[in-house]
Design a protein around this ligand. Sequence first.
Ligand code: ADP
Length: 459
Amino acid sequence: MPNQIDNQIASEAAPELAGDALYPRGALVQAQLIEIFKEKYRIPLITSSILSIIVAIFLRETVAWNLLLAWLVIINLSNIARLVYFMRLAGHPSNHRNLLRFANHYTVAVAFNGLLWGLAAIIFFPPDQPEYQVFLAFVIGGLAAGAAANYAAWLPAFYAHTALSTLPLAIRYMAEGREVSIIMGVILLLFVASVYATARNSHNSLRRMAEMQVDRSLLIKRLEQANQAKTEFLSSMSHELRTPLNSILGFGQLLSDGTVEVPPEKQASFAGQIVKSGQHLLDLIERVLELSKAETGKLQLDLEPVSIKEIIGDCVDMMSAEAKERKVELFNEIGATELPMAFADPARTRQVLLNLISNGIKYNRDGGIVTLSAEAGEDKAIRIVVRDTGSGIPAAKWDQLFEPFNRLGRESGPIKGTGIGLTISKQIVEQMHGRIGFESSEGQGSEFWIELPCAADTD
Ligand code: ADP
């Protein structure tokens, strides 16, 4: 069976499959079932056409010929229309919307076919000729069994066809009033019930198969994405490491090889550049190591009840010098707010907050403000908010914010950074069973928040 779902996931699924915003798993399973339903279009069409001719020939002595002919023409024309619709559809892209539209249209066509068979059972019913009655029962029963096999993937088509083709005949039998006819009607209904159970069982098996197929495709897609992310990560990492290393080598060579005369007053500045680049390199390497630990879940976390008020107070004290240097005012708005204890690692919480405050200061303007606040949030969590009046983040870059080494275009700007602070922060917060997020408005500022579980809630 051609794997349409793989194509669909590859071409249309949301880039971030965890959210599956565009095509949730249920929709993909449904699409897979419709694909199976589509594949089985031939047999019911052929069966319906051949049986209609057999019925017309068999009943030619008992039913008015023009009535038989009219029915024969209508049922075969409708079959041809169904075939043409199907052929035209082959050129359409196999996406979920098109598939669902096909399934609905095709169900109406299948229902119409069922109705024509149901009408035949009523109109052609020969009251006093049991052999013809039994023949009709066989034909209609056979069609119902066929529908269970062919339409099990899409039950609405099975229900519509079977109900419209069998119930009229069962009612017609009962209406005869004779004991034998009533028994025939009941047998037909029992047969329909067993066919119904068979169709449901087949449907459940097909659904399980479709779910497995979708899960497999989603897994492959996720692995491909993870692999791609790793490749991008490695290439940005080597680029980031190469930049300070080149600067160290460049200045080092100038000082050491003696081909260029370096005036003594410049020598100190070159040595300073070497030290600065060396420090940046060390910082990068430490952060990369930390990121790799965070990604493999090897971060040492000591979760315990912690006072968020105290941690925020410490962070504000630690960052006040940097804020002053950058001409940014740092405010602690917690004041007398009563806060429950959080259940977190105090050192890691401090690390995350320091990163958020440092970003709030770095990406701010002269005379700008950074404020820290906290409140008992929803779902028994404590929400800590770091708000700044800086440059904000353009909406087009929001989805790249937590990507490692992505500085959102600030790589060559004057503000120093590694582009992995937020990636590490996200890993840390999530490993402490919390959440991190932000809101930002370009030119006006940003608001970064983290939510940590309350201590009492984790007992
Ligand atoms: P770094 O600050 O070291 O570059 P981060 O991972 O902390 O790395 O942040 C990634 C990028 O997100 C930054 O380079 C910056 O472009 C953007 N950013 C982070 N915080 C803010 C903020 N408060 N205001 C504006 N931009 C921000």
